[in-house]
Ligand binder design. Structure first.
Ligand code: HEM
Length: 202
């Protein structure tokens, strides 16, 4: 039964991978076709930022799904979702650096020092990079229990992304709250498990 589940998951990844790439392909096609509106660079920064956030939340949802459904296969999508969140975040930042700022480094440095949302975004990206880099099996074997500790960085970095998003939007909570609510639920359920575990209730 386990073997079929493993193969089934491997087969499903062949389908899931192009699905995760689809938004990026559609954005790039729209960009090349001049269909990203009056400010295509900003639209690309916004949309890739949103997809990076959505994939981060989806990655965080796999463990609760595994617990709730008592099916381990959900855990096998975490690496793929995490790496795609990093891919979209990198395209997001490259669009910002090269399209919005035309790689004017002195201006970028000024932005980095004066805009809190850029500081929060940069800190989140700096925490995402080592997680992506160490997502392979060989790093998991090499780091062992420290790998689990290192990958807990996904919690503070997802809060940093939410803060970045909140500060960017300046519109307050309107457009951010669905993401905030989802993140707080995904972190809240982990806190609840942690306290139940430390109280010896599970
Ligand atoms: C060096 C790091 C980063 C920089 C410089 C940066 C820059 C930006 C900028 C300039 C915007 C606003 C564009 C606008 O609407 O005016 C933005 C929005 C956003 N960013 Fe980032 N970002 C960074 C990292 C990240 C990371 C790592 C994530 C997620 C994993 C992320 C997710 C978002 C989201 C969700 C938005 C809101 C998009 C929207 O409102 O439609 N950013 N970012």
């Amino acid at each position: 039964m386990k073997k079929i589940a493993r193969d089934w998951v491997a087969v499903s990844k062949v389908v899931v991978l192009p699905l995760l790439l689809l938004p990026l392909c559609m954005l790039l096609a729209a960009g090349l076709g001049n269909q990203l509106g009056p400010d295509p660079a900003k639209a690309l920064v916004d949309q890739t930022g949103l997809w990076a956030m959505r994939l981060l939340l989806l990655c965080l949802a796999m463990t609760p799904l595994r617990h709730i459904t008592r099916r381990n296969f959900w855990g096998r999508y975490r690496r793929m979702l995490g790496l795609f969140a990093l891919l979209y975040a990198l395209v997001h930042v490259c669009s910002y650096v090269f399209l919005l700022f035309g790689a004017h480094w002195s201006e970028l440095l000024a932005e980095l020092t004066k805009r809190p949302y850029v500081i929060a975004g940069s800190a989140a990206l700096l925490l995402m990079l080592p997680l992506g880099f160490t997502s392979t099996r060989s790093w998991q074997r090499r780091l062992r229990y420290r790998w689990v500790q290192l990958h807990r960085l996904i919690y503070p970095l997802s809060l940093l992304v939410l803060l970045h998003f909140f500060w960017v939007k300046k519109l307050g909570i309107q457009s951010v709250w669905p993401y905030a609510l989802t993140l707080f639920c995904l972190l809240g359920v982990r806190l609840w498990w942690f306290f139940r575990q430390s109280a010896g209730l599970v």
